[in-house]
Design a protein around this ligand. Structure first.
Ligand SMILES: N[C@@H](CCC(=O)N[C@@H](CS)C(=O)NCC(=O)O)C(=O)O
Length: 202
């Protein structure tokens, strides 16, 4: 198993998952600061030239949440995904897609308009709209996690890796404030896991 890795990228959440599984893997560094993710060789692995991507037995795969779900299913004995066909499996899909499409999307927009776009292209109005949207999504997650240790069921699953990764981004862009005490505590709990620390390069 090869993980294409850059520490300031979503490859960290895939590394976190691999560490939770405790399976052997090799890191293939891709230095995004030098534009290596757009080199022709890497574009054969990920056609958009984004991170992360893996190669498993020579077969490439991209999209962080898809990789994390694939890994959970590949090692069922590690019990990081509810059984297929159970209600918990439905919740697992629901919350993973909610985290990726509803929570991460406005956070990415905020990151672009506060960090990555040239100054002239940044918009305070876009930041405000995205922040409002994230607050609405975060309120749903806050409610879900009240009285719960984990996002799905009674044990840690790949859904916690996905949401943990998204909340890491939320805190980086200043969206995980004291108005979200449950979510903030959950995020701290998840990121304190030894596998998460390893994933994030700690
Ligand atoms: N939805 C994708 C997003 C991938 C993505 O945008 N990755 C960023 C780094 S975290 C990237 O590679 N950006 C540079 C680019 O896409 O050119 C995933 O979750 O894997």
């Amino acid at each position: 198993m090869k993980l294409y890795y850059f520490q300031q990228s979503r490859a960290t959440r895939v590394r976190w998952m691999l560490e939770e599984l405790g399976v052997p893997y090799e890191l293939a560094p891709v230095d995004m600061s030098k534009g290596e993710h757009k080199h022709p060789g890497y574009l054969k692995v990920h056609p958009m030239g984004s991170l992360p991507a893996i190669e498993d037995n020579g077969v490439p795969m991209f999209e962080s949440a898809a990789i994390i779900m694939y890994l959970a299913d590949k090692y069922p004995e590690k019990r990081l995904a509810p059984a297929v066909g159970t209600p918990e499996r439905g919740e697992y899909y629901q919350w993973i897609l909610f985290a990726m499409t509803e929570a991460e999307a406005p956070l990415v927009t905020i990151a672009q308009h506060t960090r990555f776009l040239p100054e002239a292209e940044r918009s305070a109005a876009v930041i405000e709209r995205s922040s409002k949207r994230f607050k609405a999504v975060a309120a749903v997650l806050e409610e879900r996690l009240k009285g719960r240790e984990y996002l799905v069921g009674n044990s840690f699953t790949a859904a916690d890796v996905v949401l943990g990764g998204v909340l890491f981004l939320a805190s980086r862009v200043g969206q995980l404030g004291d108005d979200l005490p449950t979510l903030k505590a959950y995020s701290a709990r998840m990121l304190a896991r030894p596998a998460a620390k390893k994933g994030y390069g700690g």
